[in-house]
Design a binder for this molecule. Sequence first.
Ligand SMILES: NC(=O)c1ccc[n+]([C@@H]2O[C@H](COP(=O)([O-])OP(=O)(O)OC[C@H]3O[C@@H](n4cnc5c(N)ncnc54)[C@H](O)[C@@H]3O)[C@@H](O)[C@H]2O)c1
Ligand SMILES: [Zn+2]
Length: 675
Amino acid sequence: MTKRMTEDIKKEIERLVKELNYHCYRYYVMDSPVISDEEYDRLYFKLKELEGKYGIVLPDSPTQRVGAPPLDKFEKVRHKEPMLSLDNAFSYDELMEFDKRVRRLIGTQNEIEYTVEPKYDGLAIELTYKNGLLYKASTRGDGYEGEDVTLNIKTIKSVPLKIEGANIPDEIDIRGEVYMDIEDFERLNRERQQKGEPLFANPRNAAAGSVRQLDSSITASRKLHLACYGVGTVKGMEFKTQFELIKWLEEMRFPIPEIVRLVIGINRVIDAVKEIEEKRMSFPFETDGAVVKVNDFRLQSLLGVKTREPRWAIAYKYPAHQGITRIKEILPSVGRTGVITPVAILEPVKIGGVTVSRSTLHNWDEIERKDIRVGDFVVVERAGEVIPHVVTVIKERRTGKEKVFPMPEKCPVCGSKVVREEGEVAVRCIGLDCPAQVQERIRHFASRAAMDIEGLGEKNVELLYSKGLISHFIDIYRLKKEDLLGLPRFAEKSAQNLIDAIEKSKHATLSKFIYALGIMHVGEYAARLIAENFERLEDLYHVKPERIKEIRQIGEKIAHSVATFFNDLENIKTLEKLKALGLKITNPDFKGRGQMKGPLDGLTFVITGSLPKPRKEIEDLIESLGGHASSSVSRMTDYLVVGEEPGSKLQKAKSIGVKTVSYEELLKIIEQRKK
Ligand SMILES: NC(=O)c1ccc[n+]([C@@H]2O[C@H](COP(=O)([O-])OP(=O)(O)OC[C@H]3O[C@@H](n4cnc5c(N)ncnc54)[C@H](O)[C@@H]3O)[C@@H](O)[C@H]2O)c1
Ligand SMILES: [Zn+2]
């Protein structure tokens, strides 16, 4: 390699180190990152690769250290044993490699015993207890030295100030994660928005920011939680395994991770990793992965540590659901009810393996509150099937060229006046013949979850509408093949296909048909509930709102909207015309009128410990009476049903003020509510 090339590589490494160190500062010190974790990880791995390939490692490289040094405003605390980071695996193959490495280093062919726990996305904390009393709490800092945050940590209600029992060590350093539930994070951000304070990018930053400031009354107001999963130095006692440690922590009333699995062999590890991935969406807090640890502490010390991370553990990372990108433009989009929604067109960004290029901005109140401008860098979140949305703007990255996007005065499609009703945030086009609305209604009618007419998507609806062939969904059933032939995009075969698809759609189920009608507030789920309760379409004609409201889980708004629709004579005429055009509706979902509200309607229950009957049976009972049985305690929980040997859910429930009842009390509640 020429001298020139070596120079270039050195420069590149220096540049990466400098950039990454800036991001570490933003992330670990200021608790306010300006790039996404995925982007950070990409740069980090690039640096690591160059370092490995060319053997150039700068002393201040982020690959050589954990976190960032403590802030001067805090007293410093030296950790007796360093608090390390974790190595990452992004695939099951990488987990298998980890297992192979472990077995090779130990020198065994046998399967290894591992624990698998959710990876809490929060702030690592060390709690030192002397003679049973909480003596000091410190942050991880740079791994060797952290910040003294004892006063702040003491305000977290689930942190035991004292450990009691026959079996307690003289001194122990317990490690865990301080975190904030997603709901509380969102509430906090809403409050900050109202006060014009900067928003936190995610619950992790919010938790870290709440602990790493000097006013403990602020920490106390933040609803923080703790999950303990590890230990540093212990004097006067000995733990043999990770699982034994966790059991002891639980016994001593420390909050422990929601799930801790003890398994043998890497295949069972992968099962547990999958289990946590499935359950994590129902956790009230963020989990960004699962942590796999060699269970036996003797084997752990045999394996030892590297500069930054132990060799006996690895974090399997789940796909992220946040990313950071730039808003290229904002487009007002007119929906089928005339509501105009601002949509952000984004520079495409990969979030959890899916490319996201648009995101809803909901309404202009939201734009104003979050101060979102064209050209801004924003944190975008995509969770499950929900449409991606903007969490916050990264104002630090503004150049001054960003543009405010005003509320339109006219409908961008038909030019009609735009109104905003009293007490509503939505802006609506009031044009009766607004093509956008008409086309959206037709497109909705034909969409997969509704009448499922293949070939009648956005483009073709627009084409047929512009040719005057359809101006209402009823016209779909008047289309003839001759109408289509000769249109751009339609040849003999494609025209026949569309006609066939329309013919097929005439055999619809009532639930899909109700959904297809596009009645305000009636989504797929509500449509199904209605179909479960009304046998025939005609039974809905002139229905009273009270009758709809009797249906379990259907509220005032939907009941009113459905009744209004079916009491309108024009609408009934349309439905009759559709029948005359050959529409045949069946209702396989009908369950009879027995589906009315149950005694537990609207209540959420969680079960912990062992009860007189199998858990599944009790959950079924709750659900059959209209209640909801959930697997984890959150603020949404109404009752925690407590059996013998309850788990950590009990503590969680107590710390957030969820009511607890015994099995007998549950039965009493049911009896009382039946009256
Ligand atoms: N966006 C940015 O600018 C930026 C900057 C720096 C770092 N980062 C991100 O931070 C991460 C690296 O941070 P890190 O070094 O703190 O490592 P990490 O957060 O990936 O993993 C290590 C930590 O996991 C925690 N943890 C949670 N649950 C645990 C459990 N059950 N058992 C053991 N530990 C558990 C511990 O606090 C431990 O210190 C990367 O994902 C990176 O993307 C982002
Ligand atoms: Zn319009």
